[in-house]
Write a protein that binds this ligand. Structure first.
Ligand SMILES: C[S@@+](CC[C@H](N)C(=O)[O-])C[C@H]1O[C@@H](n2cnc3c(N)ncnc32)[C@H](O)[C@@H]1O
Length: 189
């Protein structure tokens, strides 16, 4: 089912993540590792490879570790990946923050302050969203869809790019999303 729906919303999300990573290009991408937390089918591996980044995808739903183009994927969750993170990592959560409870999400945010940058692509929950979008957010498998306002500033980070976008179906904005780029304040460029 996820793969079926993903055909509708994958390309706009990918484009937004590309626009966001463009902000890092040159200065920070090459020689960095792209850590895709909750990587699902690891579709971002191709993007990481095109940016000359080593790729590590982790997801608790994976059965076993294996190689993918430009890197590997491993069956780890947002808690167990913390021990793997390195200062040169660009940590990406694409459609995953709303699957993480507050304790897990805050623990991850704290740890990624030691990394190079954090990219979040997730639901943009706002009072003005279309009612179909609100229904989809309410019944999403992730139980922690957070208000968009909570992503404008994250404690310990400087927000360097915010890209709100709509994913439309039959002209209706059924998914409101955003991608944010956050730099730990100790390493603000
Ligand atoms: C909406 S899917 C997004 C998958 C992928 N990032 C993509 O965009 O195609 C959410 C993913 O989060 C993963 N997930 C759920 N709980 C998680 C956790 N505690 N730690 C890491 N990943 C988790 C799920 O297994 C699932 O693959």
């Amino acid at each position: 089912m996820y793969r079926l729906l993903a055909h509708l919303h994958w390309t706009p999300r990918l484009r937004s993540i590309e626009r966001t990573l463009h902000e890092l290009q040159g200065s920070e991408l090459s020689s960095h590792r792209f850590v895709d937390v909750g990587c699902g089918p690891a579709w971002l591996a191709t993007l990481a490879q095109s940016l000359c980044c080593e790729y590590l995808g982790v997801d608790p739903a994976l059965r076993k570790a294996r190689e993918v183009p430009g890197g590997r994927i491993e069956p780890l969750d947002a808690n167990s990946v913390l021990n793997e993170l390195q200062p040169t990592d660009i940590v990406v959560l694409n459609g995953v923050a709303h699957h993480l409870d507050d304790v897990t999400f805050q623990r991850l945010l704290k740890k990624t302050r030691d990394c190079t940058a954090l990219v979040l692509c997730d639901h943009r929950a706002e009072p003005s969203n279309h009612h179909i979008n609100k229904l989809l957010q309410r019944y999403d498998r992730g139980n922690f869809v957070r208000p968009y306002s909570s992503f404008s500033q994250l404690s310990g980070y400087k927000t360097t790019h915010l890209d709100p976008f709509e994913i439309k179906w039959l002209g209706i904005p059924v998914w409101s999303y955003f991608t944010g780029l956050y730099h730990p304040t100790r390493s603000t460029p």
